[in-house]
Ligand binder design. Structure first.
Ligand code: WTA
Length: 690
């Protein structure tokens, strides 16, 4: 965090263009009517929070035993609880309510990888399938509070698995199917999962991934695992290893079960799920969400940020392996009784019109994706959008990283036909649901700004150095929140002190997001990105420390420093500086540009091979989505006399802010007097830019 001030000073200026909401003929009345209504309700949610949340929780969720206590605890001890004497069941709220009322209504539309192959699953079918899986889990001995790992492709069964856990009070830990065996193993062991749910293979972009083989590799080092339940996505049994003692086929197990399973009584504060996310240190954190507060955040944001009405078709293009998939594919839409789309494919398969074909085919009303996809599609050209009507859309959303104004405007004009409101939604795994966003047809928008806070969210901007709150408008600092909100994470699984250290202790009395932010002259929030050692690649959160740990595992690596570099499509990309163990000692002590240009002892081929090995090392330890963009093998890293790596130098050199050793270029690096060996700067510049 020491670099926070420097990172924030690099932020751009804010364009002034404002887009005012327009009413469209034939659209249903908005769930929030006007900006005045937003302001009034927001004010109440802050000033009279108990009344606001009491009403919201009672009117939004079905309670088996209603609560009488609204909120207790605070940030300092991390003992926040909401509605804590109430009982309810998440699955009953998401599924049973609608299965009873409107059984034939479509709950899930599955758009498979191949265009034209899709399925409609009704609420009654969803109910039945979830009950069957819940009974399978019970038959495996899973009980309330047990953690079940879910490593699934984008098929409806991934949602069945999550909801089945919720039904019996088990805690799901979904691991994104792009993670490697090592990453899966660590997550399974961390939560001591007895059961892993997976599929034979995944299918995406016409390619198959070997999920079961990866699971086997992971589970081989997980003594806690007793059962692996395998869904047949492709049915390629010859390619799928099966261990009869431990493994069970999904279809065989559900065939044995009764299609009804009573929902377990769950306390508001019982855990609903764990989701691992990257932090500033190497080990991923198991962010834990509890039941009622999380559900309330998911339900309310879908209703108000996306203006969902009961006949809507909600199309969130994320993966269930990330928080966006949890909240906006699974829980949020279903809690509103809306139809949710499970999209197995990718935006460019079989061509860059795939999203728009999907929108038209299923008459999607809310479309939600990430800036990286928008930027990539914009690059590929408007011709891929032109054939589609896109006239079912009422709200289009963006999430995962700041959206640059050019991408925003393209999204607005090409996809929104200059009339559909964009919601640029800011939130995090830890916040559970959206915390800063415009409301469609209500909030005037500015491209690149997430605009205003959601109900109950009280942002504070702090000076990163002094920790003082910067009041008023036109201020830049780190983004904190001032009061607990229902869907906030309650702990880090198995490590509450880490939870306190990361979120509660950096600024006493506040929750710290890790992001830098500007509040402009109109009170609008512009999230700038992370001020810690977390980088955001295509909306995927990665810890530089975690990538460094992966690199260090290579027997020839002595040291590594990873930073984020700007990338036109992925937002940021992974740039690694690596120091090898066998760098000749004299090269380190007499650093100069001539050393940098010296042929590497491995020769050019050896160097290429080494670089490939290092890329592979990261992919194997984390997953293919964490593939480094560039690896620079350097004789040393810039360090202070006390041995601290000066990342600011690495960042500026990698980002091309400094390309030569001319004095005025070097001066852009700021004060270098604390560097143990100032010669390293020239070496790095030569390595990166020659
Ligand atoms: C970033 C994803 C700017 C931010 C839901 C945050 C954003 C991190 C936005 C959380 C946005 C997310 N504008 N930045 N609209 N949305 N971020 O946990 O840096 O995967 O801290 O949750 O993504 O990433 P996570």
């Amino acid at each position: 965090m020491s670099d926070a001030s420097e990172l924030l000073s690099a932020t751009g200026t804010t364009p002034e263009q404002v887009y005012t909401p327009q009413e469209q003929p034939g659209w249903p009345k908005g769930n929030v009517g006007t900006l005045d209504e937003y302001r009034k309700r927001y004010k109440q949610s802050i000033e009279d929070g108990d009344v606001f949340w009491d009403k919201a929780a009672k009117s939004t969720l079905k309670w088996t035993i209603p609560f009488t206590t609204i909120r207790s605890g605070g940030f300092e001890d991390g003992d926040v609880s909401w509605f804590h004497d109430g009982y309810l069941n998440a699955c009953e709220n998401a599924v049973d309510r609608w299965a009873l009322k409107n059984p034939k209504k479509t709950a899930i539309i599955w758009e498979s990888d191949e265009p034209g192959q899709h399925l409609h699953i009704s609420f009654s079918e969803l109910f039945k399938q979830v009950c069957l899986v819940a009974n399978v889990l019970l038959s495996f001995g899973v009980r309330k509070g047990d953690v079940v790992a879910v490593y699934m492709p984008m098929v409806p069964e991934a949602l069945y698995a999550m909801l089945a856990c919720a039904r019996i009070g088990a805690v799901h830990s979904v691991v994104f199917a792009g993670f490697s065996a090592d990453a899966l193993r660590d997550r399974i062991n961390d939560a001591q999962c007895k059961v892993v749910i997976t599929a034979d293979q995944g299918v995406r972009g016409g390619k198959r991934s070997q999920l079961k083989k990866i699971t086997d590799e992971a589970v081989a080092e997980c003594p806690c695992v007793e059962r692996v339940l395998v869904f047949q996505r492709t049915g390629d049994v010859l390619a799928t290893p099966f261990h009869a003692g431990r493994d069970r086929w999904w279809h065989e197990e559900i065939a044995k079960q009764r299609p009804y399973c009573p929902p377990t009584l769950v306390n508001s504060e019982d855990p609903l799920f764990i989701l691992y996310t990257s932090g500033s240190t190497g080990k991923p954190k198991g962010v834990l969400h509890t039941t009622a507060g999380y559900l309330l955040g998911a339900a309310l944001t879908v209703r108000d940020v996306f203006d969902v009405h009961s006949d809507d078709v909600f199309g969130c293009m994320a993966d269930v392996g990330w928080i966006t998939g949890h909240t906006y594919i699974c829980y949020g839409p279903l809690l509103n009784g809306a139809t949710t789309v499970v999209f197995e494919s990718m935006p460019t398969y079989p061509n860059p019109g795939r999203y728009w074909l999907t929108v038209d085919t299923h008459k999607i009303t809310q479309f939600y994706t990430a800036p990286t996809a928008i930027r990539a599609l914009r690059r590929l050209g408007d011709a891929h959008v032109a054939p589609y009507k896109l006239d079912s859309l009422r709200v289009i959303g963006s999430v995962g990283e700041p959206i640059n104004p050019e991408a925003w405007i393209w999204y607005h004009e090409q996809i929104g036909k200059s009339k559909i409101p964009i919601v640029d939604t800011y939130w995090q795994t830890e916040t559970g649901s959206i915390i800063v966003s415009p409301l469609p047809r209500v909030t005037p928008t500015k491209p690149g700004s997430a605009t205003l806070p959601f109900w109950g969210i009280e942002p504070a901007i702090l000076d990163p150095t002094t920790g003082q709150e910067l009041k008023g408008n036109d201020v830049t600092g780190v983004l904190c929140l001032k009061r607990p909100w229902p869907s906030m994470a309650r702990t880090v699984f198995g490590d509450h002190s880490r939870y306190l250290d990361v979120y509660m202790k950096p600024y006493k009395g506040y929750y710290f997001t890790g992001d830098g932010v500007t509040r402009d002259k109109d009170g609008y929030y512009w999230v700038r990105g992370r001020v810690d050692d977390v980088i955001n690649v295509s909306g995927h959160r990665l810890s530089t420390a975690e990538i460094e740990s992966a690199l260090i595992l290579h027997p020839r690596v002595a040291e590594a420093a990873v930073i984020g570099v700007n990338d036109d499509v992925t937002g940021q990309a992974i740039f690694c500086y690596v120091v090898l163990k066998e760098t000749p000692a004299e090269a380190v002590s007499t650093l100069s540009t001539s050393v940098a240009r010296m042929p590497h002892p491995d020769g050019p081929d050896g160097l290429k091979r080494m670089t490939q090995e290092l890329v592979q090392q990261v992919r194997q330890h984390i997953g293919p989505f964490a593939t480094p963009k560039r690896i620079v093998i350097s004789p040393d890293l810039p360090k202070t006399r006390s041995g601290k790596i000066m990342r600011r130098i690495l960042r500026k050199v990698a980002n091309g802010e400094i390309k030569s050793t001319q004095e005025e270029e070097i001066s852009k690096l700021g004060d270098l007097s604390t560097l143990a060996d100032p010669g390293i700067v020239a070496v790095l510049i030569a390595k990166v830019h020659s």
